[in-house]
Design a protein around this ligand. Sequence first.
Ligand code: TA6
Length: 287
Amino acid sequence: MSDSHPLEIPGMVAVSGGCGGLSRVCVTSPCSTAEIYPHGAHVTGFRKNGEPPLLFMSDSSVFRTGKAIRGGIPIIFPWFGDREGHPAHGYARTAEWEFHDSSVLADGSIRLVFRLPASGNFEVMSLVTVGECLSLELDVRNAGESDETFENCFHTYFEVGDIDTVSIHGLTGCGYFDKVASKTRIETAASIRIAGEVDRVYSGTTATVEITDPTLGRTIRVAKSGSASTVVWNPWIAKSKAMADFGDNEYRRMVCVESGNVGEDKVTLSPGDQSTLKMEISSGDAG
Ligand code: TA6
């Protein structure tokens, strides 16, 4: 009797045991590979053929129920940040999502669908499309009888060659809350450089952000829709040492550029309404 998973597609979608014995879905498209854990519907890897990984994964990440994977793309829902008596960044990233569907699209890219088990009045699906780019879509519907308010975010960890040489473009003129200085500011730099801990929530921006990485000779493009917030985070030295699931020097080869709706941009849905958060990650020459 075949013990293959019903959603496997020979040569394209395979389900196996991953780190920590957690289930892992491996995707092979004509031009890229990816891996996703139903634990958090968490994309832990994306790589275009012949290129370095686009996503950073901590070598110290743990893989166990109830704990968020460190790296890749944690799905933040229904709240961002700390909440007294509740897990930071909501419960979606530590939930066991149902692997719901798999398909090959007309352009040869491969689409996976994950469903968050019943979470109050929300019906939540995550769609992951693997091809020349990596696209994620988070669909949230209010199945209740009254308005529901939530925050959502793709908390994406990008792999970079050397944080000292990276510059981030697309947020000039945007207002942001600087969580390190606890101050509200306006971004005046034409490009953002990272030379210490950075933890900024940019509000009211729908802009595409580009991460220029001369060390790896590429520019990563983060396009989005249904998102009014962008978060930029690098823990730098002290915070890196304080995280057990993050290497002391790993801050040097990662930066988070996160796409969602956070704080003043939080979403309120009327009964029956749906919100769709989309992000598309691509890469090209540094130019
Ligand atoms: O998105 C930046 C941030 O909110 C930082 O303040 C830091 O807490 C980071 O998320 C990681 O949070 P985590 O709960 O995954 O350790």
